[in-house]
Write a protein that binds this ligand. Structure first.
Ligand code: PCA
Length: 215
């Protein structure tokens, strides 16, 4: 049986919910073509999140691993291009740890690129009326830590053909506490995740369109 491992995070910081998990949770057991989705919640903790992820990769031997987290304040779904080998926590994690300028992996490379078809995913989401863009930073907190750690683990998990990370914005009820912030309903996020997975299974080579930015 082909399997897809889908992860979201526990709530962190001042938020009581984390839509990355709420959107992922409902997909547990659903099929994309002949691949079954396994949904997993990761703790928002530097120390243990990668162990929980690797245990699940070992147990399920997935073909695709898609991890999601929340980036409140971003305007749309952001498909991450690159993970970097640094932890620099702006706030403590859920067990009070706040690493500053430590590597995710001692002696690891500076960064890893996503192996998802990130441009094709953004295009598919936009074609279905869901706002999305390529992001060139997953931050330096727990999400980047998991994204980098995931890519670093891949040589030990040959079942995994594609892996990457996506951030979701606030939900409307979260945004109500952050006036002016953009938001997206969890049901839209869930539909977006199904589209991302379909696009990943159906796209052998990413499309050649610009997802770049100028500053
Ligand atoms: N977002 C945080 C960690 C957990 C989450 O959902 C981040 O972007 O690092």
């Amino acid at each position: 049986m082909r399997k897809i491992l889908l992860t979201g995070f526990a709530p962190f910081g001042a938020e009581k919910t984390n839509p990355s998990w709420d959107a992922v949770q409902v997909l547990d057991g659903q099929m994309i073509d002949d691949a079954r989705i396994i949904s997993l919640q990761l703790p928002s903790e530097f120390d243990v999140c990668l162990q929980v992820l690797e245990d699940a990769m070992r147990a399920h031997q997935p073909e695709v691993v898609l991890s999601l987290g929340q980036a409140g304040g971003r305007a749309d779904i952001t498909v991450e291009r690159v993970a970097i080998n640094i932890n620099d926590a702006r706030i403590p994690d859920n067990i009070g740890q706040q690493p500053i300028d430590t590597p995710v992996a001692e002696h690891g490379p500076v960064g890893y690129f996503s192996s998802l078809p990130i441009k094709a995913i953004v295009q598919a989401l936009r074609q279905h009326g869901i706002p999305a863009s390529v992001s060139h930073t997953a931050g330096t907190y727990v999400c980047n830590h998991v994204f980098y750690g995931l890519m670093h683990l891949l040589p030990n998990h040959p079942s995994v053909k594609r892996a990457g990370f996506v951030h979701v914005p606030y939900t409307p009820d979260q945004a109500a506490a952050h006036p002016g912030a953009a938001s997206m309903a969890v049901t839209t996020m869930t539909a977006a995740i199904r589209l991302m997975l379909e696009t990943t299974l159906h796209t052998a080579h990413d499309i050649h369109v610009s997802g770049g930015i100028t500053h």
